[in-house]
Design a protein around this ligand. Structure first.
Ligand code: ADP
Length: 160
């Protein structure tokens, strides 16, 4: 049984993330989505809110689980017996960052944890959580970029 870890901030989870999750769940037996605490960025949704939303999205999927990643990503991967980390690539900037991080992750896990990069389908390639938040503040339609469950929560949290 091959399990993989998909770590990220998911603040909020977008249709880009969901497309990567769907591809990964077709390729591997189980996908563990790990919501990582990001020390550098202040978040819009709390960790608990993100956990509840992603759980709601995937409640009918036996092979997709959601956890909060409190450790280093490789340690979370090992904790849940994941063979690899999944990352999604959008741009050259993503690529340069991922090349560096995957090497560090290999080193600190003694070559136990590999990184597998997937590409979202064309129409989801450009979506980012920060773009969704920007549009939300501008009162623009975000329904193309996030699931209705996420859209409802974001609009409720915005307050109108
Ligand atoms: P992080 O803060 O770790 O970048 P994100 O939640 O922004 O977390 O993203 C998690 C992963 O999903 C990253 O590998 C990111 O590149 C990827 N990703 C995000 N949006 C997309 C998208 N639209 N298409 C493909 N991959 C994506």
């Amino acid at each position: 049984m091959t399990k993989v870890l998909y770590p990220g901030s998911f603040d909020p989870i977008t249709k880009g993330h969901m497309n990567i999750i769907s591809q990964a769940s077709n390729l591997f037996d189980e996908v563990i989505i790990s919501i990582q605490q990001n020390q550098k960025k202040t978040s819009y949704l709390s960790i608990q809110e993100r956990l509840e939303l992603i759980n709601e999205l995937y409640k009918n999927y036996d092979n997709i689980k959601v956890v909060i990643g409190e450790l280093a990503t490789v340690d979370t991967a090992m904790l849940y017996k994941c063979k690899a980390i999944i990352r999604g690539l959008r741009s050259l900037t993503d690529f340069e960052y991922e090349v560096m991080i995957q090497q560090i992750n290999k080193d600190i896990s003694n070559n136990e944890i590999n990184t597998i990069c997937l590409f979202a389908d064309n129409k989801y390639q450009f979506i980012s959580s920060s773009m969704v938040k920007e549009l939300l503040y501008l009162n623009k339609d975000i329904s193309k970029y996030v699931d209705p469950i996420i859209e409802r929560k974001l609009i409720m949290k915005r307050g109108n």
